[in-house]
Design a protein around this ligand. Structure first.
Ligand SMILES: NC(=O)c1ccc[n+]([C@@H]2O[C@H](COP(=O)([O-])OP(=O)(O)OC[C@H]3O[C@@H](n4cnc5c(N)ncnc54)[C@H](O)[C@@H]3O)[C@@H](O)[C@H]2O)c1
Length: 437
């Protein structure tokens, strides 16, 4: 089977590579010439565990091809995935300009049947817009070429993308024809063989499922952050509360970790987009509006704690920032809590010494010479007045506190992910603040 993936970003590259790994012939298409040239040379644009080796192996075998020209492959493939970005518009709704651009390109170029599958996260009704955009181009050309549309939202997590794609909890597919269902069943058969669930449904429900899933997870995080903040006020320990409620089978233990706010390329934008879809349809999403509000506040919490500790006098303070990526195992800093914190620290007159195992290049691109880029957590901590932990990388879990104490000016630790042991920090003479206690 031959397929094309248009948009070779995070999702497109992982999707294309994993399908190639399962024996499918895949064309990965992107308008970014540099990205495509680099991929042909084995240079991977993102950090994702295991991806580089899998891309290169499948590229060498000839099953995975990279091109900037959709026309080169469109009439060879049975299924075409669109995995371009859907960034937030000014009002928070998903900007569909790339999705519709791809649809028009398809309408311009197809001469035979193709199933067009939207993998990008798009609001309900987008598949119909894609269909109309393709048909409008075919009408302009005065040709009658059959095609189908489908929706196959992606649930992979950055940092565990390959595992999530290869062993999914479920695959959601929205179709409106039998032919589309047959093609998608054929494509996902290798996954079905392993007993993973492929859930077929109508297209609007598939589009909605993705937003509902991300909004649910964001809601759990904001809920726990709200509970954590109240725990601090009333003298409870949110870690205990988390264990207490997570052991209830009806609640479950996932996504109950309080912290310094959710970020990344998906939750913030998808929550905003769902609120906006609801608004456009005359329905106020009150719960999600609060989820967003709590998250925005939470991103400033570590700064507020630091400011309070120093009585509002942060000018000239030297701060070690451990972790920049929005979560571990990725170099993605989109909407990361670290961005809000860095801006506030710089505005307050602090110097910021940062370290992240993989996001340093991304931070340099964003902040240039405004930050000090350390070679490890110890270097970041030299003469620091405080350490702020923002991303819970594994390598940050067991630092040598005795060495760190000697390096610091003031032994103050603000833990934005609750990963350290209070007793151990206090025994070592640190002032330790965390979330929700
Ligand atoms: N990143 C994630 O973890 C994740 C997870 C699930 C779903 N999603 C969704 O998947 C979609 C893609 O996200 P991403 O993170 O992979 O985005 P990305 O920005 O990493 O990649 C998008 C790619 O599309 C390319 N592109 C734009 N217009 C094009 C065109 N006309 N033809 C060919 N290529 C074009 C860009 O050059 C870019 O390489 C979004 O809707 C996102 O919400 C992302």
């Amino acid at each position: 089977m031959k397929i094309a993936i248009v948009g070779t970003g995070y999702v497109g590259l992982v999707t294309g590579t994993c399908f190639a790994e399962m024996g499918t012939e895949v064309y990965c298409v992107d308008v970014d010439e540099k990205k495509i040239e680099n991929l042909k040379k084995g240079i991977i644009p993102i950090y994702e565990p295991g991806l580089e080796e899998m891309v290169n192996r499948n590229f060498q075998s000839g099953r995975l091809k990279f091109t900037t020209d959709l026309k080169e492959c469109i009439n060879e493939v049975e299924v075409l995935f669109s995995a371009v970005g859907t960034p937030p518009d000014e009002d928070g709704s998903a900007d569909l300009k790339y999705v519709l651009e791809v649809a028009r390109e398809i309408g311009n170029a197809i001469n035979k049947y193709v199933l067009v599958v939207t993998k990008s996260t798009v609001p309900v009704g987008t598949a119909q817009k894609v269909k109309h955009a393709i048909q409008a181009e075919l009408d302009k050309r005065g040709v009658d070429v059959p095609f189908d549309i489908a929706s196959n939202p992606e649930f992979l997590k950055e940092g565990a993308a390959i595992k999530d794609f290869m062993s999914p909890d479920r695959v959601v597919v929205g179709v409106e024809s039998e032919k589309a269902e047959k093609l998608m069943t054929k494509l996902y058969r290798p996954f079905l063989l392993n007993n993973f669930r492929v859930i077929f449904m109508d297209v609007p429900s598939a589009e909605m499922t993705k937003y509902a899933a991300n909004s649910m997870l964001a809601t759990r995080i904001s809920f726990m952050n709200d509970i954590a903040n109240l725990c601090e006020i009333v003298g409870a320990d949110v870690n205990m509360v988390r264990k207490g409620i997570g052991s209830d089978a009806r609640i479950g233990s996932h996504f109950l970790y309080p912290g310094c706010g959710y970020g990344g390329s998906c939750f913030p934008k998808d929550v905003k987009a769902l609120i906006q879809t609801a608004r456009q349809n005359g329905y106020p999403m009150r719960l999600l509006q609060s989820v967003e509000e709590v998250n925005e506040d939470q991103k400033t919490l570590l700064f507020r704690k630091l400011d309070k500790h120093f009585g509002g006098n942060l000018k000239g303070k030297r701060i070690a920032l451990w972790g920049l990526a929005f979560k571990p195992d990725t170099d993605d800093m989109r909407e990361a809590p670290s961005l809000v914190l860095i801006d506030k620290l710089l505005a307050a007159g602090c110097t910021v010494r940062t370290y992240d195992p993989v996001a340093m290049d991304e931070a340099k691109r964003r902040f240039d010479d405004k930050l000090y880029y350390a070679k490890d957590i110890y270097d970041a901590t030299v003469d620091a007045d405080a350490i702020i932990l923002v991303t819970e990388w594994k390598e940050f879990r067991l630092p040598s506190w005795t060495a760190i104490k000697k390096l610091m000016n003031i032994p103050l630790v603000l833990d934005g992910r609750n990963i350290y042991d209070i007793a151990e920090l206090e025994e070592n003479g640190f002032i330790y603040h965390r979330i929700g206690r």
